[in-house]
Write a protein that binds this ligand. Structure first.
Ligand code: FAD
Ligand code: DLZ
Ligand code: SF4
Length: 513
């Protein structure tokens, strides 16, 4: 039976379920670079270059493995610009008896695939994506009947299911979570691990020229593009992480340093999300490093929790909440993002650092995304859909299934408490504790009012005051609300006036920093 197997840009795994049971002789693998995917948001230029180059390398790899590949390049003259258009053209070229495809990673593309059977009048077999620990039914079974979805409990089930860091029925080390050993601020260290840089080969150079030609108006820069684009590159970066960074990953997970974009993070999410690396394989390597005494438990447990805990949990929430999740706006926020989210031109050093490195590399680590750019967007009352669009376009690892629940749910509290039990907000004090940013800033992190006061401070209290009706009864915010209530009236008025003036200046020029 002649079979057409479309492989999407985040399905770059040779063992993808769509190829299960397929034979080289009667299978056509279709890969499509299409205008719709490159423009549905204004992806960072490096994200476009990475995905297109990784797709081209993957096609070459599959060809080497013996598959027949039909590859549609973005600049092919007859390219229709959409997945559905390209499937239609491929059906005319190959006259397949059926289509077999692995489920898409987002609602938008899933809806397209769902329409193919009726549209083209041939059977379409949509297969589960085996690259995750839990499938949709399993997540739903876990979530059904629970009043709140707590990641920690889901994570424990994933530990039991995978056997990772388990000692029979108990967690290795007697605890599920070693976070209290983590969250240390970092000091500059000349021996700090640095991610590998990969020189563009001919294929990547061709793609860089294409992106420069067609997408020069997209955010970010192509200068210094150094991402790996093959499974072999990704494996080298993973080796480097396990050899040099895993041991201190836990301790410095939440640290931030000026001019140090990566610290002890793995910088593997782009490769994981497009299929060049296998999440469980990475977890097993981390566990082996612990067993061999090469990395402490707090680091290894922390790393494994990010992958089989947070990553899987986010995916579960995304598919469970449905396509309307993107519209949720619990706090009724409507401000646009300041223009300088696309330039990094602000005097607020923490934001200039996080945004600046993002424009340069299309990557920032978790605490920068959550407690700098996300925290600020939330405190000023940005429309969560606008924040979502920014994260989706600006990060190399951003696909909606993982980006949306992180942004709209965890970071912006737009879902009112599905992903997290309270909004992730902080004043400047948190940023000062976890980074060296404030020492380089024109603002004074210790001041709440006045011309030089750190804007995060007044904004933090103003946020709590503004949302007392929706958040005042949240037990996890009881302490800050008590603190706010204890402050003298005059101080509270001055704080709110300071925040109001800052917000007005933001509205006036879109670049208050
Ligand atoms: P490490 O710090 O080394 O962590 C190890 C791995 O754990 C990562 O590679 C990643 O696969 C996984 N991980 C860690 N935290 C999370 C999380 N919260 N959700 C899912 N996986 C996680 N991650 C994405 O992969 N794509 C996104 O689009 C994305 N958007 C985000 C948006 C916001 C507002 C926030 C707060 C977080 C977002 N994250 C996203 C999660 C996290 O920031 C990145 O996974 C991480 O920074 C990737 O860098 P790393 O590989 O060095 O991670
Ligand atoms: C993100 C992206 C981009 C920019 N371009 C393509 C493309 O040209 N062809 C392709 O197959 N996939 C691309 N992708 C990834 C898809 O958007 C991704 O596979 C869908 O979001 C489904 O999860
Ligand atoms: Fe950021 Fe405030 Fe510190 Fe400046 S003083 S770096 S704005 S937290």
């Amino acid at each position: 039976m002649k079979t057409l197997v479309p492989i999407l840009g985040d399905q770059l795994t040779p063992t993808i379920s769509a190829l299960d049971g397929a034979a080289h002789a009667d299978t056509i693998v279709l890969m499509m670079e299409v205008a719709d995917e490159t423009t549905y948001v204004r992806h960072h230029q490096q994200k476009l270059a990475y995905i297109l180059s990784a797709m081209r390398h993957h096609a070459a790899h599959l060809r080497d493995l013996g598959w027949k590949i039909d590859y549609v390049a973005l600049d092919d003259v007859d390219n229709s610009g959409s997945f559905t258009g390209e499937i239609g053209r491929a059906i005319e070229r190959h006259l397949p008896d059926r289509i077999v495809v692995t489920e898409a990673g987002e609602w938008r593309v899933a809806a397209m695939i769902d329409a193919w059977e009726t549209l083209f009048g041939i059977p379409v077999d949509i297969r589960a994506d085996r690259r995750f620990v839990a499938d949709h039914a399993e997540f739903d079974a876990w979530a059904d009947g629970r009043k709140t979805l707590t990641m920690e409990f889901f994570y424990r089930d994933m530990r039991r299911k995978t056997g990772l860091l388990m000692d029979g029925n108990d967690p290795v080390g007697g605890r599920w979570n070693f976070d209290k050993d983590n969250r240390k601020p970092a000091k500059r260290d000349l021996m700090m691990p640095r991610p590998l840089r990969f020189d563009p080969d001919d294929t990547t150079r061709g793609v860089l020229a294409l992106v420069a030609d067609r997408f020069a108006d997209h955010p970010g820069t192509l200068d210094g593009f150094a991402w790996g684009v093959t499974a072999a590159d990704a494996a080298r970066q993973a080796d480097a992480f396990f050899a040099h960074a895993l041991a201190d990953f836990g301790a410095y997970e939440d640290a931030m340093l000026t001019g140090e974009p990566n610290l002890w993070h793995s910088i593997l999410s782009p490769y994981l999300n497009s299929g060049l690396l296998d999440p469980l394989d990475l977890c097993r390597r981390a566990e082996a490093a612990y067993s061999a005494g090469r990395a402490p438990l707090n680091s290894v447990e922390g790393y494994i929790r990010q992958i089989i805990g947070w990553r899987e949990f986010m995916r579960g929430v995304y598919w469970r909440e449905g396509p309307a999740y993107v519209e949720r706006n619990f706090l009724d926020h409507h401000r646009p993002l300041p223009d300088w989210y696309w330039t990094g031109e602000t005097d607020m050093h923490c934001l200039a650092q996080a945004i600046g490195q993002t424009l340069e590399t299309a990557h920032a680590h978790h605490i920068q995304r959550l407690m700098v750019t996300g925290n600020f967007a939330l405190l000023i009352g940005t429309d969560p859909a606008a924040v979502h669009r920014w994260y989706l376009e600006i990060y190399l690892d951003a696909y909606e299934w993982v980006e949306l629940p992180n942004t709209l749910g965890m970071s912006q509290f737009g879902d009112g408490g599905i992903v997290g039990t309270k909004p992730y907000i902080s004043s400047g004090a948190y940023i000062n504790r976890m980074s060296d940013y404030c020492g380089h800033c024109r603002y004074d992190v210790k001041q709440r009012v006045g011309e030089n006061a750190c804007p995060f401070n007044a904004l933090y209290w103003d946020f709590l005051a503004r949302h007392a009706d929706k958040l005042g009864a949240n037990p996890r915010l009881a302490l800050p609300y008590r603190n706010w209530a204890k402050q003298p009236d005059a101080e509270r008025r001055a704080t709110r006036a300071q925040a109001a003036a800052f917000l007005t200046s933001l509205d006036a020029d879109g670049a208050a920093g």
